[in-house]
Design a protein around this ligand. Structure first.
Ligand code: ISE
Length: 337
């Protein structure tokens, strides 16, 4: 029997999740598309023969909706996650769970009270083959003990002209916080953040230096106006070697005494396979009730929010901010951990 999905939010990510489930994930059917704008919902629903809705709470409660994808604006993620938990529905929630750690704690408390995991968080980089290999190199002892991880996250341009350095820290960098925690198996304990000056009005890059509870250093450059392409790089440096993401491109052009590799315009192409793997894992979660080993959960959402909050404090004050995550609740213990 096919799992009937409701997708809440018919913007860039909602439309992409609908396409991924419809085209790539056997066993899923895109049943309802819900958006505050009926016209926007209709435009996506029409592609997959799905029903159209505008009220997310009513959609989540429907008996003919088996599972939910939350891809509406960021501020709605935590309340809609709570609604899914209350309705006993599993949800794939786009990142962030919330930019507020207090909201994330409320989602964790609701899951724990329900006695089962409901929320898989859309930190899709964990499923990206390049990061999978970086983690494997560390876990298999091929580079020795981890010392540093350097990260570069560059977008062509900001989604709006009022984007700020604080937004880079709370909205873009969480991908790095999450995937670095996942690769290293460590939590962050402190963060410092800096910005150079640009000559124009757009937001300047943010440089962050983070410390982990394993005495490692992590650097993150977030450059939301890099202009040239969507470019994510990372290198993990160990005591006996290093492992880096290899640039992902399906072709290389040699001409005019040079070589040219193309960049994607945004993350949907670069992480296409990671999204497919992530969404497949979600479908297995829905059908088996077993939380996917690699996926991010509400605790990971909380961790990202805690780092983001400290990062904003560090940038505003120009001083190092400490992060006190507390212990991971037993409810969120990883299998084998
Ligand atoms: C953006 O905020 C996202 O959420 C995307 O997943 C990410 O890849 C992109 O670079 C971010 O700016």
């Amino acid at each position: 029997m096919s799992i009937r999905l409701a997708i809440i939010g018919a913007g860039v990510m909602g439309a992409d999740h609908a396409r991924i489930f419809a085209e790539h994930i056997p066993g899923a059917s895109v049943h309802v598309i819900c958006d505050a704008s009926e016209a926007r919902a209709r435009a996506v629903a029409g592609l997959y023969g799905a029903e159209v809705a505008t009220d997310p709470a009513a959609v989540i409660a429907r008996a003919d909706v088996d599972a939910v994808v939350i891809a509406s604006p960021d501020a709605t993620h935590a309340p809609l996650s709570l609604a899914c938990i209350a309705a006993g529905k599993r949800a794939l929630c786009e990142k962030p769970l919330s930019q507020s750690s207090a909201d994330c704690l409320a989602v964790m408390a609701a899951e724990e009270a329900a006695g089962a995991r409901h929320i898989q968080l859309g930190f899709m980089r964990r499923f990206d083959q390049a990061y999978v290999e970086v983690k494997a190199a560390l876990d298999q002892g091929r580079i020795g003990r981890a010392l540093m991880m350097h990260n570069f996250h560059r977008n062509v341009e900001t989604p709006s002209s009022d984007f700020t350095g604080a937004m880079a820290i709370t909205s873009s960098a969480p991908h790095e916080y999450d995937v670095v925690r996942h690769v290293l198996g460590r939590e962050f304990t402190a963060v410092s953040a800096f910005q150079p000056k640009r000559s124009d009005a757009v937001v300047a890059p943010v440089m962050m230096v983070l410390e982990t509870d394993g005495d490692q250093l992590v650097t993150i450059e977030i450059n939301n106006n890099a202009a040239y392409g969507y470019d994510v790089r990372a290198e993990l440096v160990g005591e006996r070697g290093a492992v880096a993401l290899h640039p992902v491109a399906y072709s290389r052009t040699d001409s005019d005494l040079g070589q040219h590799l193309p960049y994607d315009a945004d993350w949907r192409g670069r992480y296409a396979e990671a999204y497919r793997r992530q969404n497949k894992a979600f479908l297995r979660f829905v059908t088996t009730g077993e939380f996917p080993a690699f996926a991010a959960d509400a605790w990971d959402g909380y961790a990202a929010a805690m780092v983001g909050e400290a990062g904003v404090r560090a940038l505003a004050s120009g001083t190092r901010a400490t992060i006190d995550m507390g212990a991971r609740p037993a409810f969120y213990a990883r299998k084998g951990a």
